[in-house]
Design a protein around this ligand. Structure first.
Ligand code: SF4
Ligand code: SF4
Length: 284
């Protein structure tokens, strides 16, 4: 049984000792966040949504086998993009099954926008996926309608307030199922100044009431070519204040490194060798 205290994101004390890897198997997304710009060929940029390669489930197993030789302290295998793991759930679920079969000692972790994870919670539990993160940027559709360009669900497109309402209702269902399944659930909120920074307290209250165990207010990283490219990154003082506010309601994560979708190594100290192994794995 993997030791859940070795997850470097959920246990601050583990971050200098245990490494994590993100397997970039989830190519597409089912929503459009106005701060997101995914690129697949960038090796120099460090932020969510960026990866230098996409792996198949079998390539992921090959990559992990090689990576473990270089990172003996690897404790967590996560899937966090570069799109959403449940926009095309087949690749995600097959990868998780194969990783569980081949690496029973690993903690498994998934990060999603929550739109389409609910139908997979039972199997996630069976596979002993111990940690799930859902990004909830607001709990009022009048706030979040400005964050999402569109939502695609069951082959239909939603826009504006309809999109925001649908996403929130799916996130509620997802979190309820995850908590009931006993999976450690974290909520990430991307803090966008002028759009939702005043609303993070409401998210914290809501998340606490749903049984979420930890919350992570993440400063938005302004990226060129997105609708929010001209909104400045939140100041550290604002993030500090928001973390204190969140902490009044539930434990807060303060050491998030805003990792790439193909991050590997200790938090904030990604292994340079991993990018070569990742590239090799695509030839497998
Ligand atoms: Fe990008 Fe993630 Fe938002 Fe999808 S859910 S648009 S991958 S930030
Ligand atoms: Fe952990 Fe934050 Fe990196 Fe996700 S982005 S792996 S929560 S440190």
């Amino acid at each position: 049984m993997p030791d859940i205290s070795t997850h470097p994101c959920f246990n601050k004390d583990a971050r200098h000792k245990f490494a994590r890897v993100h397997l970039p198997v989830a190519m597409t997304c089912n929503i459009k966040c106005n701060y997101c710009n995914r690129k697949y060929d960038c090796v120099n940029e460090s932020r969510p949504g960026v990866t230098s390669n996409i792996l198949t489930p079998d390539q992921s197993v090959f990559y992990l086998t090689e990576l473990k030789k270089k990172l003996p302290n690897l404790s967590v295998v996560g899937i966090a993009g570069p799109g959403d793991p449940f926009a095309q759930p087949e690749a995600t679920m097959e990868t998780l099954r194969k990783v569980r079969e081949n690496f029973p000692e690993m903690l498994l972790c998934v990060s999603s926008n929550g739109l389409n994870i609910a139908p997979f919670v039972d199997e996630l539990k069976e596979l002993n996926v111990s940690h799930v993160t859902i990004t909830v940027n607001g709990v009022d559709p009048d706030v979040t309608k400005d964050i999402y360009g569109w939502v695609r669900f069951k082959k239909r497109g939603y826009f504006g307030r309809d999109a925001a309402e649908l996403l929130l209702s799916q996130q509620k269902k997802a979190i309820k199922s995850l908590v009931e399944a006993g999976i450690t659930t974290k909520v990430n909120s991307v803090v966008v100044p002028g759009i939702n920074h005043h609303h993070i307290k409401e998210v914290a209250k809501w998340a606490s009431a749903q049984g979420v165990e930890v919350m992570n207010p993440i400063p938005m990283y302004p990226v060129e070519g997105t609708e929010f490219e001209n909104i400045p990154e939140p100041q550290p003082a604002l993030i500090k204040e928001l973390r204190n506010t969140v902490n009044d309601h539930l434990p807060v994560m303060t050491h998030c490194a805003r990792c790439r979708a193909d991050a590997a190594g200790l938090l904030g100290k990604d292994s340079t060798e991993a990018s070569r192994l990742l590239s090799d794995a695509t030839k497998f």
